[in-house]
Design a protein around this ligand. Structure first.
Ligand SMILES: Cc1cc2nc3c(=O)[nH]c(=O)nc-3n(C[C@H](O)[C@H](O)[C@H](O)COP(=O)(O)OP(=O)(O)OC[C@H]3O[C@@H](n4cnc5c(N)ncnc54)[C@H](O)[C@@H]3O)c2cc1C
Ligand code: FES
Length: 230
């Protein structure tokens, strides 16, 4: 949680990995008061930091597996530390794939790192909703890029982070590819206040996103994810 005095507090993930240690990096999209205030900060200004709260990506589950990560927009920020870790331990995993979608090519985050990630052994596929004259990559939604995967699906773990509507479709596509719901992990986004399971603001069915999540297996939240506006 990042707190800007006079503006408030918002849940913002850590987007730096061990590559940037001991610095702590955050990546945010300006949507409101707190992110707006964060965007105006100058070097030397002070902010408050609380956390980390909640659970991490299920690293132990990924050991020795094919790992598919699907990110949409700013959703790549919380996946970045994981990508850095997986690439540092590349030989511990059968294969690493990232499918990353954004509305426009210039909205793809961390583009300067893509070449290094690919050299390190990440199979990276980018897609955008709308291309530009310079864009020669895929145009369309991330689920279109998921399907050709042909690895051993029992040995595959899928992680997704992005807009909830995207994650619903990603989870459904993964199920139709016969990836078990227990092997699909989604990072949910809800407004936060206390971030400690006390206030109920982030409640999602019987779960508190701040305390029990934000990462949930699809098996655990499948029923509630189907309900609009929950
Ligand atoms: C676990 C977790 C991790 C998060 N990590 C990040 C992160 O790394 N980077 C990041 O940028 N955000 C992240 N978010 C989202 C961020 O907490 C919210 O966007 C937050 O509301 C921003 O606070 P604000 O005061 O700037 O905007 P608010 O004042 O809360 O919102 C202003 C307006 O923007 C709308 N709005 C809020 N969020 C979004 C959105 N995501 N998309 C479109 N419109 C929106 C609201 O409906 C409202 O109308 C995360 C959320 C969670 C739960
Ligand atoms: S933010 Fe208060 S219970 Fe989750």
């Amino acid at each position: 949680m990042l707190y800007v005095p006079g503006f408030g507090e918002a849940a913002i993930s850590i987007s730096s990995g061990t590559d940037e240690f001991p610095r702590l990096g955050h990546t945010f999209r300006v949507v409101g008061d707190v992110t707006g205030a964060l965007s105006t900060l100058k070097e030397g200004d002070q902010i408050g930091v609380r956390g980390p709260f909640g659970n991490p990506w299920p690293l132990e589950e990924l050991q020795g597996k094919h790992v598919i990560m699907v990110a949409g927009g700013i959703g790549l920020a919380p996946l970045r530390p994981l990508i850095v870790h997986l690439l540092e331990h590349r030989s511990d995993y059968k294969s690493l794939k990232l499918i990353y979608g954004a509305k426009l090519p210039n909205e793809l985050l961390f583009r300067r790192e893509f070449a290094k990630w690919k050299e390190g052994g990440l199979d990276l596929e980018e897609t955008v909703d709308r291309g530009t004259l310079q864009w020669s990559g895929h145009i369309g939604v991330v689920t279109e890029v998921m399907r050709p995967f042909s690895g051993d699906l029992e040995q595959t773990r899928l992680l997704a982070c992005g807009p909830e509507i995207m994650m619903r479709f990603v989870a459904r596509e993964a199920m139709s590819m016969r990836i078990s719901p227990a092997h699909i992990f989604l990072s949910l986004e809800r407004n936060m206040k206390c971030a400690m399971g006390m206030c109920g603001v982030c409640q999602f069915g019987p779960e508190f996103v701040c305390k029990d999540g934000p990462v949930f297996s699809y098996e655990r939240i499948n029923l509630f994810l189907r309900l609009e506006d929950l």
